[in-house]
Design a protein around this ligand. Structure first.
Ligand SMILES: NC(=O)c1ccc[n+]([C@@H]2O[C@H](COP(=O)([O-])OP(=O)(O)OC[C@H]3O[C@@H](n4cnc5c(N)ncnc54)[C@H](OP(=O)(O)O)[C@@H]3O)[C@@H](O)[C@H]2O)c1
Length: 345
C-alpha cells in the first residue's frame, strides 16, 4: 500500500484528496494535518467521513513527510514554500497543490504573488503536473507542482491548436466562471453567501495570478511568448468551472475538422472528452469527476473559434489531478480511483 500524508486536510482540496484516496485501492491514509482542528478526529470535522476514515488531525511539522510514500500539500501558497528542503530530505514524493512551484521564473512569482521566492533553486525540480502535456516528465518526477484550476481548463482547451497554424495565438481571450469553493474553505467577505448569491461578478480582471501560469505553458507549446487576456468570474454555485475561450482563426475551418484534430490530439487521454460539433461543455456533466469536457464552435461570421471547457475545480482542477499525477509517478494505472462519472443532477 502507498502511505499518504496530506498537509491541509481540513480544507476543500484536502477533503477531496481524503475522499478520493479513501476509495483508492492502493492508498493508505496515514497523516492528516490541520492547525485549527488539531487533535480532533477528521470525521468530526467532516461528518461525511464517518465510518470511512478514523484519523486524528495533527499540526503541520517536519514529521509530516516522515514514513510516507507520497506527501500532498493542500495549503495556501507560501505556507509550505520554505519547508520543501526539509521534506526533500525524507524519502517521499511530493505533490504541491499550491502555486508556489508552478512558475519557473522566480521573478514572475515575486511579481504576481508579491512575495520573494525562498527556494528558487528548487523550481527546476518541480514538474508542472498536467499529465496531458507532461506525462513523461511526471513519470520520473519526485516533485510535482499541481496546476491551478483555471489554467487547467484554459490550457487543455487550447493545447491542440498549438500543433497547427490555424489560429492567431496572440488573440486569446479566456472568459472563465468558477464556483465559490475555488476560494477555499476559509471564510471571507468576498465569498460570504450574501455577497455571492444571486449575482455574478468579474474579479482580478487583467491581473489574476493564474495568467502567468497559462502564459508559461502556452508559450512553451508555441515556442514563443504568448499573451492571454484572462477574465475570471465568481458565480453563485459551490463548485465547478467553465472557461469560454476565444481565438481568431487564420483561415476558414469547420468545427468537424477541429473536433477531429482535438480527438486525435487527446486520443490516449482518459479524462478529456471532446464533444461533438455543436455541443457545448457544461459544468453539470463533470461535477465531482476528474473529466474535462471540451466543446468547439466556429463563429464563421467573425472567423473566430469559441472553445468551451468544463471541469470541477476541486477534482480535475486540484485533488483529482493530483491523484492522477500520483498514479503516474508510482507507475500504477493512471485512472485508478478516478473513473467515477459526474454527479448529476
Ligand atoms: N479550491 C480550489 O478549487 C483549488 C483549486 C486548485 C488549487 N487550489 C490550491 O490548493 C491549495 C489549498 O486550497 P483549498 O481550497 O483547499 O484551501 P482551504 O480550503 O482554505 O484549506 C487550506 C488548508 O491549509 C491549512 N492551512 C492554512 N494555513 C496554514 C498554515 N499557515 N500552516 C499550516 N496549515 C495551514 C488549513 O488548515 P486549518 O485552517 O485547519 O488550520 C486547511 O487545511 C491552495 O494553495 C489553493 O490555491 C485550490
Amino acid at each position: 500500500m502507498v502511505k499518504i500524508s496530506i498537509a491541509g486536510a481540513s480544507g476543500y482540496t484536502g477533503l477531496e484528496l481524503i475522499r478520493l484516496l479513501a476509495a483508492h485501492p492502493s492508498a493508505e491514509l496515514m497523516v492528516l494535518t490541520s492547525e485549527t482542528f488539531q487533535g480532533r478526529n477528521v470525521a468530526e470535522v467532516f461528518p461525511s467521513l464517518r465510518g470511512i476514515v478514523d484519523l486524528k488531525l495533527r499540526p503541520l511539522d517536519d514529521d509530516v513527510a516522515k514514513d510516507c510514500d507520497v506527501l500532498f500539500l493542500a495549503l495556501p501558497h507560501t505556507a509550505a514554500m520554505s519547508k520543501l528542503p526539509d521534506y526533500f530530505r525524507r524519502d517521499c514524493k511530493i505533490i504541491d497543490l499550491s502555486a508556489d512551484y508552478r512558475l519557473k521564473d522566480p521573478a514572475a512569482y515575486a511579481e504576481w504573488y508579491a512575495v520573494t521566492h525562498t527556494h528558487p533553486e528548487l523550481l527546476a525540480q518541480a514538474v508542472y503536473g498536467l499529465p496531458e502535456l507532461h506525462r513523461d516528465a511526471i513519470r520520473s518526477a519526485r516533485f510535482i507542482a499541481n496546476p491551478g484550476c483555471y489554467p487547467t481548463s484554459v490550457i487543455l482547451a487550447l493545447a491542440p491548436l498549438f500543433k497547427t497554424d490555424w489560429a492567431d495565438l496572440n488573440s486569446i481571450i479566456a472568459d472563465s466562471k468558477s464556483g465559490v469553493s475555488g476560494a477555499g474553505r476559509k471564510p471571507s467577505l468576498a465569498t460570504h453567501y450574501g455577497e455571492v448569491n444571486e449575482g455574478v461578478r468579474p474579479y482580478h480582471l487583467a491581473s489574476h495570478r493564474h495568467t502567468p501560469e497559462m502564459e508559461q505553458e502556452l508559450s512553451a507549446l508555441a515556442g514563443e511568448p504568448v499573451r492571454v487576456t484572462f477574465s475570471p468570474h465568481l458565480i453563485p454555485m459551490t463548485r465547478g468551472m467553465l472557461s469560454t475561450v476565444y481565438i481568431n482563426l487564420n483561415e476558414a475551418i469547420t468545427a468537424e475538422k477541429l473536433v477531429a484534430h482535438y480527438r486525435n490530439f487527446y486520443k490516449d487521454e482518459s479524462f478529456i472528452r471532446v464533444l461533438n460539433p455543436g455541443e457545448f461543455a457544461d459544468s453539470h456533466h463533470v461535477l465531482s469527476s476528474n473529466f474535462c469536457d471540451i466543446g468547439l464552435t466556429v463563429d464563421s461570421r467573425s472567423q473566430r473559434l469559441i472553445i468551451t471547457s468544463a471541469l470541477d475545480n476541486l477534482i480535475k482542477g486540484a485533488a483529482g489531478q493530483a491523484i492522477q499525477n500520483m498514479n503516474i509517478m508510482l507507475g500504477i494505472n493512471e485512472k485508478t480511483g478516478l473513473m467515477s462519472p459526474a454527479i448529476f443532477p
